[in-house]
Design a protein around this ligand. Structure first.
Ligand SMILES: NC(=O)c1ccc[n+]([C@@H]2O[C@H](COP(=O)([O-])OP(=O)(O)OC[C@H]3O[C@@H](n4cnc5c(N)ncnc54)[C@H](O)[C@@H]3O)[C@@H](O)[C@H]2O)c1
Length: 417
């Protein structure tokens, strides 16, 4: 099968390309390297050193003996998208090329607009490009479990049965995203679903949980490593905790730390995307996969990180800075995830062993973490600068917003730069 990966230079696009090539698929990638630029914009870099893309292609040739075809350009450029699709005519497109940081989208109006305009434009260009150049191709679109928010009910896979005033229907499950970034994914989902209905395209919308890990079986050489972000804007909570432990800083679950999310190992995420590709939906079908293995609270991640850190002679403490986000710090969380299991997916990696593996890698690259140790703690706030009057008017018993309570100085042991 010929697969086009948009965002092939990214954290998950790169190992997916390696995995599909190793399975004998033909892989074409595109990217505009904007994640590399935006990570630099916030003063950070990947803890793992990432070669330039041409060097990555050479490494693929030398290590895997495979060719990875590449097109440099942005999905926001319609002519570029149309050219790539009409030249390559892929059997499937895995769409990963979006601005994927919630904090980045919350920095200010410009970052919010950039996130939504780019993400929606890229998806619409792909949908129109598929319609024009290869309408039979299968679009695997990367959404996020964050589209659903944290409702006080179980979360189905995309759709659920509703009965209202005596009438029944099978409808999209309500979305309650928690950032401008997550809302861009919600709007994308609507657009993809609509395109399958009006044009008969086939699509899998993957509600992906948070991915963890830095290795897959194909990454047998440092030149094939994927990126590992650890700063407040681009790093996941788990990535930041492991980096903090390596740097001798306290681990910092925000607020009460009871926020729960679904997680999946990088290797298993590759497995499930491959299963989706190798079992395409029918023309006109829009299906949704909730892609995660287990839900963990932020406290559980911090405690597990601290436990594994001790095996490496590190002894991190755990602090709880105020939560910069507007989110429920304690809530019910029970999403379903049966669709991939029905197609043969099975979990192969446990969180603890992967965390151990990440420690091995990060300790090798400790100096790269040291050089950017000032980027780990949160600075981006979800709330208005002074939201107390607004909150008090809406909720007379609302507590003062954390931004008001934020300590003048960072927690003990925090970087001072
Ligand atoms: N990593 C996770 O834990 C996670 C969880 C849920 C959903 N997702 C989603 O999965 C997808 C991939 O995530 P990732 O972690 O690999 O992100 P990433 O930022 O590392 O990779 C995305 C790649 O796409 C490229 N890109 C972005 N916009 C582009 C554009 N307009 N044109 C061309 N290239 C562009 C970037 O340069 C980058 O190389 C994203 O859509 C993200 O929202 C990721």
């Amino acid at each position: 099968m010929k697969v086009l990966i948009t965002g092939v230079d990214g954290y998950s696009g790169w190992p997916l390309a390696l995995h599909l090539l190793a399975r004998g698929h033909e892989v074409v990638g595109l990217d505009n390297f904007v994640t590399r630029r935006r990570v630099r914009e916030v003063g950070s870099w990947s803890a793992t050193p990432i070669p330039s893309f041409p060097r990555r292609q050479v490494a693929v040739r030398e290590v895997l003996g495979k060719e990875l075809v590449f097109h440099r350009g942005s999905l926001t450029d319609w002519e570029f998208v149309r050219n790539v699709l009409s030249t390559e005519r892929p059997d499937a497109v895995v769409h990963l090329a979006e601005q994927r940081s919630a904090p980045y989208s919350m920095i200010d109006v410009h970052h919010a607009v950039t996130t939504q305009v780019e993400n929606l434009t890229g998806t619409l260009h792909l949908l129109y490009g598929l319609r024009e150049c290869c309408p039979g191709a299968h679009l695997v679109k990367m959404g996020t479990m964050g589209e659903y928010g944290t409702p006080n009910t179980d979360i189905p896979e995309g759709f659920f049965d509703v009965e209202f005033r005596g009438r029944k229907d099978h409808l999209p499950f309500p979305r309650q995203a928690g950032s401008w970034y997550h809302w861009s994914k919600v709007f994308d989902s609507g657009d993809v679903m609509f395109a399958t209905r009006i044009w008969g395209l086939r699509a899998t919308d993957v509600m992906q949980g948070v991915i963890y890990g830095v290795r897959t079986p194909e990454i047998t050489d440092d030149r094939l490593l994927t990126r590992f972000d650890f700063d407040e804007t681009w790093g996941t909570a788990l990535n930041r905790f492991i980096a903090q432990a390596v740097l001798g800083l306290p681990l910092t679950p925000y607020g009460k730390g009871e926020q729960k999310r679904g997680f999946i190992a990088l290797e298993d995420s590759m497995q499930s995307l491959t299963i989706a590709l190798e079992h395409p939906p029918s023309p006109g079908e829009y299906r949704v996969f909730n892609q995660f293995d287990a839900a963990y609270s932020v406290n559980e991640l911090a405690e597990l990180t601290a436990r594994v850190a001790r095996e490496f002679g590190l002894n991190p403490t755990i602090d709880h800075p105020p939560d910069p986000r507007v989110e429920a710090e304690q809530h019910y969380y029970h999403p379903l995830h049966d669709h991939l299991l029905a197609l043969g997916y099975h979990r192969t990696r446990e969180l603890e062993e992967v965390v151990r593996e990440i420690f091995h890698d990060l300790l090798r690259f400790r100096r790269r973490l040291q050089a950017r140790r000032h980027v780990v703690l949160p600075t981006v706030q979800w709330r208005m600068p002074d939201s107390r009057p607004l909150l008090a008017a809406r909720h007379p018993t609302a507590p003062a917003p954390p931004s008001e309570n934020a300590p003048e100085s960072p927690p003990a042991g925090s970087p001072t730069a």
